[in-house]
Design a protein around this ligand. Sequence first.
Ligand SMILES: [Zn+2]
Length: 495
Amino acid sequence: MRRLILSLCLLAFSTTIVAAQQYELVLEGGRVMDPETGLDGVRNVGIRDGKIARVSSEALSGRRIVHAGGLVVAPGFIDLHQHGQDLESQRVKALDGVTTALELEIGVPDVAQFLKSKEGHSLIHYGTAASHAAARAQVFGAPLPAEPATTHAGIPEILPKSGPATDQPATPEQIESMRERLRAELDAGGLAVGMGIQYTPGATRLEVIDMFRLAAERRLPVYTHARSTGRAEPGSSVEAISEVIGAAAITGASLHIVHINSTCLRDSLECLSLMEGARARGLDVTTEAYPYIAGMTSINSALFNPGWREKLGISYGDLVLPDTGEHLTKERFDELHNSSTTYGVLIFANTQEVVDKVIPHPLVMIASDGAKGHPRNAGTYSRVLAQYVRDKGTLTLMDALRKMTLMPAQMLERSTPAARQKGRLQEGADADIVVFDPSTIRDQATFEKPMEPSTGVHYLVVGGTLLVDEGKVVPDVYPGHALLGPGKIGSGKGL
Ligand SMILES: [Zn+2]
């Protein structure tokens, strides 16, 4: 009996010791919000081994305690559409609450090279699609550089310059070579097939369908920038959205249409209703938007092939160079469009009214399309929280968080089971967490100062490591890991 009491005492003592040191990090007393379960209450969050180990009303102890009273504790934001993969861009993304930023719209020219270059050197989680545009450029004998150089205004060289590789139709043999290249890129860890159809106008409807077939064969989604913009037929945005919905229906591939705001402009709500119709018929079609009236792209790309002014309903003066604020003239446009250097250009083609209707729409996820030169790189998420949740009141905080966390995580689940652990503030989920002040969070980036970091994110946890501490990025920590597609996970190298 005495021995039993003694061992019970010992057990109690050792449990106390364990409890006292249980967590590496504790976020204490914050307003914990999880869009999947609907949890919205004051809790303590215990983090260990890169995971959320405990979400509790009880006091938790740990090596580091972060006092989160008055702050929101939510899953870190997941950006499905981020071109700027450099450290400077990752730094401003972190201060905007982003813990995962993926290049899925276009994809990088060489998946293996990209993943190798990021390993151990990434602030936040990363990943990429296999690029149809790069495969096409290669097949046409004009390959893109494997390591996209940061060029003028920070636009990475992921798009081919307008020319035969973008404008000519491919032979059946060339299409088969593209498919082979994409299979190899998916085997290297690509999460999806990325297709910027507007940047490869020579791709026929059949070439597009053949790429969707390849994605379907791998049970992976297609992320696409659709073929065209505007109201003029043929080639309206409604036609472009119908084309990719048709390709999804024909092949069975899941479809994610990027930036519905900039593809459909004043017909954005019409395009959303096409997607609602497709979804009601059982198709897997999703979309995203960013909260700005201007877009940005490479000025020597095929998007600016003849006819662009009529399609976009704008003229030379609506194109603006990011670093200087210079509005273009016809002469200046011709010079830059024909240059072999890739210049980024801002395109002012949308209205605030359209953007204000698109962002709160229930189908729309938030994604930035970010790269240096455009404020969406640094400000997208804080801007939605400041403008739509706080100022206009057209979104609840929980719905905004859903668009930034759970919805993109669920989209990513089509590519990797690792995404089931993301976008959730739950026990067992990855410890990717943003802690922000909902009453002050605000974007600071402008078209004049596009890399100005947002304010209001007090802490950011990436894979269990504090990357932002008391509003500052912690130097010399690189907690970002790769999100890999099944080609690589199958070989046992998944996250
Ligand atoms: Zn795009």
